[in-house]
Design a protein around this ligand. Structure first.
Ligand code: SF4
Length: 158
């Protein structure tokens, strides 16, 4: 994490979770694990976020919401699928309205295993996401599109 140029801001969405994985995500933010002391901030606005944490399987209601939230995030961005439901649909995968994992809708960069995913595994997934984020930022800069460019365009549109 020493190469970080800024603190990662996270946006969490429950796609159709049983709430087990969501409770573990919250546990990362509360005093026992307290990731905010490491600079990780949980934001309620996708336009401010670098990392998209998704729990639960994709169903017919959450599909368009996931896509919409993802498209609102500025580049570079990283998607972390938390728990087995977000990876494959998990125990809900054969339900009539479940399409499967998050990668059925948007590209997933990091998978966090578990049912429910443990806080230590979620934090490890976020640390992996930071590496992916840094790599994407470097590639964008090398391609001539500064990492801040989409954000500036977004601000100009407002
Ligand atoms: S992986 Fe397990 S705990 Fe997490 S949402 Fe699915 S069923 Fe619930």
């Amino acid at each position: 994490m020493s190469g970080l140029s800024k603190s990662p801001w996270i946006f969490h969405y429950d796609a159709s979770s049983c709430n087990g994985c969501d409770i573990e995500v919250l546990a990362c933010l509360t005093p026992v694990f307290d990731v905010e002391r490491l600079g990780v901030v949980n934001t309620g606005n996708p336009k401010h976020a670098d990392i998209f944490l998704v729990t639960g399987a994709v169903n017919e209601q959450s599909r368009s919401v996931i896509e919409n939230l993802y498209n609102q995030m500025p580049d570079p961005k990283v998607v972390v699928a938390v728990g087995i439901c977000a990876a494959t649909g998990g125990i809900f995968r054969e339900c009539y309205n479940v399409s499967g994992g998050v990668d059925k809708v948007i590209p997933v960069d990091v998978h966090v295993p578990g049912c429910a995913a443990r806080p230590e595994a979620i934090i490890d997934g976020v640390v992996q996401a930071l590496g992916v984020l840094e790599k994407k930022r470097t590639e964008m800069t090398a391609a001539g599109g500064g990492a801040d460019k989409p954000m500036q365009l977004e601000k100009e549109r407002q």
